[in-house]
Ligand binder design. Structure first.
Ligand code: BV8
Length: 325
């Protein structure tokens, strides 16, 4: 981390010129918790583009396919653990007021890891919903259930845990594209398709009766409580974010692990800049640091955030230790 910029960042966040801080988080924040981003190979599930599956149309056409996709992501998110990036923001939400600061985290992530890092829920807005919220899809039923971590949600959704028939082969394949070993960890022949590429676990034909059904109206299909492309963000969440941005000048926005490619979430950065607020970007990709006239922190958010926020949150290793789930 460039010490010069770290020192000037520390200098700024410890002054009362920086009273109001907003954080905008993306998939990169959860990357070192082992969850795929939407970029690159992470943007694919089996051969499907995640963004194509994250649409109302895809769910209407094939709810079984879309539920297998979300069952897989729920499973991965349940297996994952919050990382030091989540804990650093969580700690800031706990100490901000005592430091005379106002703080709010806007996360685009639906993995629930910020909540599991005990981020103060009053200072956390899940812009795109959560994998662990379920909603009824029938027109006249308003059933919604939060914090549902049951896996699998139905017997037919068992077996969606792995994307590949032989995940380790994929791992090795990505590491050494040219390697053509055909033995897996327990010595049995690896499942290599005739094309030589590792094979996906098959997508099952799941009848509607085998999918999560509403316990209230007994007929409606349940859907994941996430915001799909083409759908509006929850008005309540949009209002709370607007409240925060309009009730006082935001002095600093932390832009963490996001490609700033999805709207309206990406728009918050410019709104803060228009208020004269400063920007600090945390990203592993030089390209996504470009155009930033503030602080550019190149690297893993899980490593950078604890260091960058240290003057306010102290050393979080102890917090993390005590919080081992
Ligand atoms: C809407 C939930 C209207 C589902 C998600 C204006 C211009 C252009 C297009 C639009 C526009 N306005 C609206 C649109 C359309 C669309 C949109 O933005 N399309 C994009 C693709 C161009 N927006 C919408 O459809 C929105 N709805 O506009 O509704 C409306 C209004 C009223 C009434 C009716 C309708 C809804 C958008 C929300 C969609 N849902 N998620 C699910 O997850 O399944 S979006 C989803 O993708 C994520 O939540 C996230 O927002 C986005 C992925 O972006 P990132 O999180 O940034 O992840 P990405 O992989 O791209 O990048 C990762 C970054 O991390 C990279 O920079 C990488 O370098 C970095 N990184 C990696 N590792 C690390 C790291 N950084 C630090 N440390 C590391 N270790």
């Amino acid at each position: 981390m460039n010490q010069g910029s770290l020192a000037s960042f520390h200098e700024y966040i410890t002054t009362d010129k920086c009273r109001t801080i907003l954080a905008l988080c993306g998939a990169g924040l959860s990357a070192s918790s082992g969850l795929p981003t939407f970029r690159g190979s992470g943007g694919l599930w089996k051969n499907y583009s995640s963004m194509d599956l994250a649409t109302p149309d895809a769910f209407n056409v094939d709810p079984g396919l879309v539920w297998q996709f979300y069952s897989y992501r729920r499973y991965k998110a349940i297996q994952a653990k919050p990382n030091n990036g989540h804990y650093a923001l969580s700690q800031l939400s706990k100490v901000a007021a005592s430091k005379g600061k106002k703080f709010l985290t806007l996360t685009q992530n639906v993995d629930g890891l910020s909540r599991r890092a005990h981020h103060d829920p009053e200072q956390l807005l899940e812009l795109h919903g959560s994998l662990f919220t379920l909603k009824c899809t029938s027109f006249d039923c308003t059933y919604t259930e939060n914090n549902n971590f049951k896996h699998p949600l139905t017997p037919q959704l068992q077996g969606c845990e792995e994307e590949w028939i032989n995940p380790r082969k994929r791992q090795r394949r990505t590491e050494n594209e040219n390697e053509n070993e055909n033995e897996n960890e327990d010595g049995k022949d690896a499942v290599i398709s005739t094309t030589g590429s590792p094979e996906f676990t098959p997508v099952k034909e799941i009848p509607r009766s085998g999918l999560p059904t509403c316990p209230q109206c007994k007929t409606g299909l349940l859907r994941p409580g996430v915001v799909w492309f083409g759908e509006s963000l929850p008005f309540k969440v949009l209002d709370q974010a607007d409240q925060f941005i309009m009730s006082q000048k935001v002095d600093l926005i932390l832009v963490i692990g996001t490609s700033q490619s999805v709207w309206p979430a990406a728009g918050y950065v410019n709104r803060v800049k228009l208020q004269g607020g400063k920007v600090a970007i945390f990203n592993t990709d030089e390209e996504d640091l470009e155009g930033c006239d503030g602080w550019k922190f190149l690297g893993d958010a899980a490593e950078l955030l604890p260091q960058a926020l240290k003057p306010l949150i102290g050393d979080i290793t102890e917090v993390v230790e005590n919080d081992k789930e």
